[in-house]
Design a protein around this ligand. Structure first.
Ligand code: URP
Ligand code: ZN
Ligand code: ZN
Length: 462
């Protein structure tokens, strides 16, 4: 059960070097030059990069969102992830019934994922109302389930109000847990949505206009202040999309606020709101926050280059264009929000980021592999290449080229926002815990082989 990856260019968050990786069972045993094969199976990685398996800490598999259900369950969604070089996900749970215990969704998500996922997985809890019981359950769930992060929303049906957010942050600070937050100003968004509907302006192009960047910026700023008032409580801002939001992040950093991290997603770096000008394409991109402008993209790339942001995730939340998305064909306000992306991320980020010299190879690994694990208590078991780490890795060929198309993808969804995008570099092979689960874009793994991950505390909470 030994494997030896020979002569690869090994890429970690801090180094790029030629070497070999010896794998014994599920773990990396040794990394070095000229390692002896002995009885190991040899995989030649000459001319290829060896990355840690990518980690996506923002997915929504099997999400029930109002009337609609995201079309990737934990099998299809994790097959898609694996084929895109992602070997671990941490999934954001859907809201449960009104007033439910936090345990309700934990149990529900085990039912949805256990025995189905093909890659290792964890969950973020979700807090949809606040009372003494909920606050007590956070620590209980962290201890018993290794769920050391909980998500809150500043918009949508089960949003929390400022006082509730503050209570949750104080509890998180006390318990050493991370609060992940969707930041948008609910009041302005609801006013604008209603206004556009009343005026008959219901095409997808009004979706971004109903959720301006300043709505994100205001909520980011408010949330950062609330976290600061709670004693620099551990805070993780999900899917930052705008330059205005980024300016608030930079302000908090300059002010010396600690224990917070910020995620952006592939789509905010590579797609723009021009997509909404076409009704069909626009419907595919109804997501929240919406796609922004070229200037926002440039600011986000610069922030990655400068190390101001921490993670690039996907917010994978797929609904079929031909079915569920059609609900919004005549009214964007009833279109299910979300888009696929879990399979596209590594290829798009390598091609648009590294090849175009916006980020370095090590930054690619930092944002897609290492930092997500540090933020969410999985490092160094996942997210890096070190002796003792799980042997999760990707052999990546920088010379290959591919045109992205839904036809080659493995998600159950019927479109990709990146249809027709030519990318440089491609995935040869994906390994999870020493087992090859993808080769040449073919899934070779097994249903249910993914393991549930009890996570440790985040670096933000230490
Ligand atoms: O539009 C999106 N992003 N849907 C998924 C839920 C969320 O807000 O993250
Ligand atoms: Zn969100
Ligand atoms: Zn999300």
């Amino acid at each position: 059960m030994k494997k030896l990856i020979k002569n690869g260019t090994i890429v970690t968050e801090s180094q790029v070097f030629q070497g070999d990786i010896l794998i014994e069972g599920e773990k990396i045993k040794e990394i070095g030059e000229g390692l002896d094969a002995g009885d190991a199976e040899v995989l030649d990685a000459s001319g290829k990069y060896v990355f840690p398996g990518a980690v996506d800490v923002h997915t929504h598999m099997d999400l029930q969102a109002g009337k609609h259900r995201a079309v990737d369950d934990f099998y299809d969604g994790t097959v898609a992830a694996a084929c895109g070089g992602t070997t671990t996900i941490v999934d954001h749970m859907a809201f449960g019934p009104e007033g439910c215990s936090l345990w309700h969704q934990v149990n529900e998500y085990h039912r949805l994922a256990d025995g189905k996922a093909v890659i290792d997985y964890g969950f973020h809890g979700v807090i949809q109302h606040v009372d003494d019981r909920v606050l007590k359950e956070m620590n209980e769930i962290a201890g018993k389930e290794g769920i050391t992060s909980f998500k809150v929303y500043m918009t949508y049906d089960f949003m929390l109000r400022d006082g509730e957010l503050y209570r949750v942050l104080c509890q998180a600070k006390e318990d050493g847990l991370v609060i992940a937050v969707h930041c948008e100003n609910d009041g302005v968004i609801n006013y604008l949505r209603k206004k556009y509907v009343e005026e008959g302006r219901t095409q997808p192009k009004y979706h971004p206009l109903s959720r301006p960047a300043r709505c994100e910026a205001e909520a980011v700023d408010r949330m950062l202040h609330l976290a600061a008032m709670a004693g620099d409580a551990p805070l993780y801002i999900v899917h930052l999309s705008s330059r205005e939001g980024l300016l608030e992040v930079m302000k908090a950093k300059t002010s010396g606020q600690r224990n917070f991290a910020v995620e952006t997603c592939t789509q905010y770096l590579t797609l723009t709101d021009e997509m909404y000008q076409d009704d069909k394409e626009g419907l595919k991109a109804v997501m929240s926050p919406p796609l922004r402008k070229k200037e926002d993209q440039e600011a986000l790339w610069q922030a990655l280059s400068d190390g101001v942001l921490d993670v690039v995730a996907t917010d994978h939340c797929p609904f079929n264009y031909r079915i569920e998305k059609q609900a919004g064909a005549h009214d964007f306000t009833v279109c299910p929000n979300g888009a696929p992306g879990v399979e596209e991320r590594l290829r798009v980020m390598y091609s648009e980021g590294v090849v175009k010299k916006r980020i370095t190879l090590s930054q690619l690994v930092k944002y897609l592999c290492t930092e997500p694990c540090r933020m969410y208590g999985l490092y160094p078991r996942k997210g890096t290449l070190l002796p003792g780490s799980d042997a999760d890795l990707v052999i990546f060929d920088p010379d290959k080229e591919r045109v992205l198309t839904q036809r080659d993808m493995h998600s159950a969804v019927d479109y990709t926002c990146y249809e027709g995008m030519a990318v440089k570099g491609d995935i040869d092979l994906v390994m999870q815990r020493g087992k090859v689960i993808v080769k040449d874009n073919e899934f070779l793994g097994t249903r249910g082989d993914g393991r549930y991950l009890k996570r440790a505390k985040s670096v933000l909470a230490k």
